[in-house]
Design a protein around this ligand. Sequence first.
Ligand code: MN
Ligand code: MN
Length: 467
Amino acid sequence: MEKKKTAGELLQEKLLYKQKDAAVVLDEKEMKKVFDFNKGYKKFIDAGKTEYEVVDYTVEYIKSLGYKEYEFGKKYNAGDKVYVNNRNKSLIMTTFGTLPVSEGVYIAASHIDSPRLDLKPRPLYEDKELAYFKTHYYGGIKKYQWTAMPLSLHGVVYKADGSVVKVRIGDDKADPVFCVTDLLPHLASDQMSKNAMQIISGEQLNILIGSYPFKDDKVSEKVKLNIANILFEKYGIVESDFLSAELTAVPAFEARDIGFDRSMIGAYGHDDRVCAYPILMSEVEVKAPKHTTVTVFADKEEVGSDGTTGMASMFFIDFIEDLAESQGVALRHVLAKSKCLSSDVNAAVDPNFPDVIEKNNAAYINKGVVLTKYTGSRGKSGTNDATAETVSFFRNIFDEAGVIWQTGELGKVDQGGGGTVAKYVSAHNIDTIDLGVPVLSMHAPFEVVSKTDVYMTYKAISAFYNN
Ligand code: MN
Ligand code: MN
């Protein structure tokens, strides 16, 4: 016989907020969907470790599904699917809706760049008969985390004749890898007494790339010459070609399941490809939505969203203007009715570091996708801070679709903070809110997410696009 609930228990149920736990709520059938979805995600994240590679991979994928390059002036019908490739570093995908764009477009934006070590324009040098690449780190990293582990090299080199060489070396098991060396503990007493910012300095992030000399007594810097010779033989590039290159070093390992229960994934670059994949899958699956979708893969978020391929660039607004103009509507009237999910990661509570969060308002692994009303730092400075009405709009959509979601903020008050692309989108008079996956070890070479949270991000975006 079922025990009768007390008055207090009934009131508790009626009045108090209770956070759901995905691993408790989901049944076996849905858990299978979670694991299947994450298999696709692991493939995606291993295929694209730089924005160039993500765009390459995604364009090929969406073309196979029937997406066509957008043509201004062409008439499109509901359900038609197009894309705009911005310099092979950022990408817009659209599915036309049944409503005119004067009713607003539905935007989801994630960034596809991640923290890493970029090569300097003149990277190649030799020191004490070892050859190195000089780097300038990209994004917010703890520099000491990037030593003593295998790195792979990715990017593009434009040669003097204008032709381009794509480089990807170190991911294949047969490839060599590279690394930044660190000091042995036996000799590190001076180093270990330094502040963590100085344990490894920016100019010490030099990548070891070779040690054999070129056999010729007449020349100096023989190791450097030998490496230059190998690069010429393999890629046809000479030293001056580095001046017109974008080469970057990233962790050489693949995405792996974490835990005996395989409930989590460890990988390089979850931030923010772990949101890019869910928005991509929601975009490709939507049939003929009411509102035209604008799915954006942005570059440069980790360095402030500047440049032609970042969200502060006009490229994405220009595209919406194209949509507006082709339907005879003013851009500003489209923007005023549009909505955006700035789909980016948030910090997950790490029990090893309980002091940086406030437990009621922080995001937790396995409690679903995080809806983040505001980011910023020092009194919400530099935040989009979504309106209550915007929160209400999304909250209702998610609850109706059975999305398990939680609220989050980036650390306790005055602990630090950060930002996303949300403020660059909302600056155009578009209602915007942050939504994404909670991450452990964010910005480390190996970040951790939960599979249920990745899946719930996909469910949330899909619910939005199908609303
Ligand atoms: Mn991010
Ligand atoms: Mn980030």
